[in-house]
Design a protein around this ligand. Structure first.
Ligand code: GTP
Ligand code: SPV
Ligand code: MN
Length: 595
């Protein structure tokens, strides 16, 4: 560390953690390239990673087969009162959880180095920036944090003697006995994994997993779970949203923030290459948005991260060319397949599967093997600055003013391609009732329909009923400056299981309709569930789509929507008196329109 650590609280906390976890040594990270290179070389030498011959400065990691995604059933929001965590979060009282975890942490870093990572979420020059300190025993976490956050001595300088920071404690939970050889991906069994949050204290404790959102604590733990609770206290918003700028042929800019559940299309939409003539897009963020009302009364959004931790399978030059160009170098790959010439491969990438590969479990793979060669939640970690369509304004300290909110999810049926909310309250209702089929981004069953309000079910750091109320409060404050709200579903299927909508770049056609609505150029049609495009209002120039598909995509199936009402009612009931009356009223209004 090139500068001296003067923060009394920080020094005391690091000493306290070291006493508890008993590492062999303590290392303060400076965020430099030399540090990254050194750690990667060490991990390559130990067999923890494979440098990729075909991609400059890129590395492949294979996780333990049990440690491949977030663990929602081991994730805790801990307040003294269970009611404050609400019905959608796991809860254990702080004292009890700390007792259990302290026992696990005792001596858990034996045989390992303890890394201290000073990091900033959002550019350190941004008024929205929050400083975190992650303590971890995983060099893989250090390298990923280098990419995903701003790590370095500047953060320590900014902290001074008494600056505030969010303590983020992480251990893979695999102490080494003297002389014991390490494994490539150390972690603890599922029943001793804990991803714990103490929002009253702005404190994060994570144990037992080395993977993504469980271990890179700046991301879901800090920037969503802890930040959402802070945002409610302080009157701003922390959302699971991409941020993009759409530019019309006339040069008018529209800023869009969109919330879809994990593995439901945020990274893809964030880097969209519009297929309609004259329209351009720039990426500002692909996963998280922090938003605050600016001096002009509009809502300004900042991406607190500095990298992308994106889903690999499905990514190709055909689906997401900008992501493919982003990951040409300086990328960490996790749980992808390895080709014989030293490159990565995954399902639905451009090239067909070669005759031989090493799969994500490190086994020989050939096309007769029926299991996928890459894990469905295989990921890439890459600096955002490498994206060819990154906006020149992506690090602007004050952020960008949001014009449009989009909610959505993965629904094979019922939900049309696009619907606009009648007003803010209706839009909040749409967000609160969003439903989606579960994906491989969490350990658990895939393809089950669940309500995932605002795509925040796994990430809301307080009672979801209070979170709904916070959305209404923000709308009241924004008044006429509030963004317009839309709901989309790119994932509608035919009875035979074929996509009805081509998706990806073609989604620009739907975005254009939204802009046309803002400009008053199109009227749409009022339906019981909201405003839908008239078929001729969607710009389909150059797209081949059958009338039958288009009709189905824009059809409101009144029977099917009536059938949703009791489910929503039941879903709302679990929030008891924390459910805002305004939401119940929206449900009644929709039921009446459907009657
Ligand atoms: P997280 O990083 O988990 O938060 O996911 P995400 O919301 O960023 O999802 P992402 O953009 O990585 O997409 C996940 C999967 O959905 C990938 O396999 C994509 O290829 C696929 N996908 C994304 N957009 C579309 C679309 O418009 N249509 C279809 N059919 N698939 C899509
Ligand atoms: C998600 O699951 O929404 C992700 C990946 O963005 S993780 O960082 O693992 O949470
Ligand atoms: Mn995400």
């Amino acid at each position: 560390m090139s500068c001296e650590v003067k923060n009394t609280k920080l020094k005391a906390w690091v000493n306290e953690v070291a006493e508890l976890t008993q590492p062999d040594s303590i290392y303060w990270c400076d965020g430099s390239k030399a540090e990254y290179d050194r750690l990667m070389s060490k991990m390559a030498a130990s067999g923890a990673t494979t440098p990729l011959k075909k991609r400059p400065n890129s590395f492949l990691f294979r996780s333990d087969p049990s440690d491949v995604a977030r663990v929602e059933n081991r994730t805790y929001i801990s307040y003294p009162d269970k009611e404050d965590a609400g019905p959608t979060n796991n809860w254990v009282a702080p004292d009890e959880l700390k007792k259990t975890m302290s026992a696990l942490y005792t001596g858990c870093m034996h045989g390992r180095t303890m890394y201290v990572i000073p990091f900033s979420m959002a550019a350190i020059t941004s008024p929205m920036a929050k400083i975190g300190i992650e303590i971890t025993d995983s060099p893989y976490v250090v390298c990923n944090m280098h990419i995903m956050t701003r790590v370095g001595s500047k953060v320590i300088e900014a902290l001074g003697t008494d600056g505030e920071f969010i303590p983020c404690l992480h251990s893979v939970g695999a102490p080494l006995a003297p002389g014991q050889k390490d494994v490539p991906w150390p972690c603890a069994p599922i029943e001793s994994k804990y991803i714990s949050h103490f929002p009253d204290e702005n404190l994060i404790w994570s144990y037992g997993s080395g993977y993504g959102g469980n271990a890179l604590l700046g991301k879901k733990c800090l920037a969503l779970r802890i930040a959402s609770a802070m945002a409610r206290r302080e009157g701003w918003m922390a959302e699971h949203m991409l941020i993009l700028r759409l530019i019309s042929p006339e040069g008018k800019q529209y800023h869009i923030a969109a919330a879809f559940p994990s593995a439901c299309g945020k990274t893809n939409l964030a880097m969209i290459l519009p297929t309609i003539e004259g329209w351009k897009a720039e990426c500002l963020g692909d996963d998280i948005a922090w938003m605050k009302i600016g001096p002009d009364g509009r809502l300004y959004a900042t991406n607190p991260e500095s990298g992308f931790f994106g889903v690999a399978p499905g990514t190709s030059y055909k689906s997401n060319p900008m992501a493919m160009d982003t990951i040409r170098e300086n990328t960490i790959f996790t749980n992808c397949a390895l080709t014989d010439d030293g490159d990565i491969w995954w399902e639905m990438i451009d090239d067909p599967a070669p005759e031989h590969m090493i799969d994500w479990k490190g086994r020989d793979w050939s096309p007769e093997i029926k299991e996928p060669a890459a894990h469905p939640n295989a990921r890439f970690t890459v600096p955002a600055a490498q994206c060819p369509v990154i906006s020149p304004d992506w690090e602007k300290p004050e952020g960008v003013p949001i014009d449009i909110f989009i909610f959505g999810g993965r629904r094979a049926g019922v939900v049309p391609l696009v619907t606009e909310a009648y007003n803010w309250d209706h839009g909040v209702f749409m967000g609160a009732t969003a439903g989606s089929e579960t994906t491989a981004a969490n350990i658990g069953a895939v393809g089950n329909l669940r309500r995932d309000p605002f795509a925040m079910t796994p990430f809301c750091g307080y009672n979801m009923g209070d979170y709904f109320a916070h959305w209404f409060e923000m709308g009241d404050k924004l008044g006429k400056n509030a963004p317009r709200i839309f709901y989309v579903n790119w994932f509608r299927k035919t009875a035979e299981g074929k996509w009805l909508w081509p998706g990806f770049g073609e989604n620009s056609r739907v975005l254009k309709w939204m802009c046309d609505r803002l400009e008053g150029k199109v009227s749409g049609v009022a339906t019981p569930i909201g405003i839908l495009p008239k078929e001729q209002e969607l710009d389909l120039t150059g797209l081949e789509i059958s009338n039958e598909y288009l009709h189905e995509l824009l059809r409101v199936d009144v029977e099917a929507w009536r059938a949703e009402v009791p489910g929503i009612d039941k879903f709302f009931a679990q929030f008891g008196n924390r459910l805002p009356a305004r939401l119940q009223k929206q449900l009644e209004d929709m039921a009446n329109r459907l009657a």
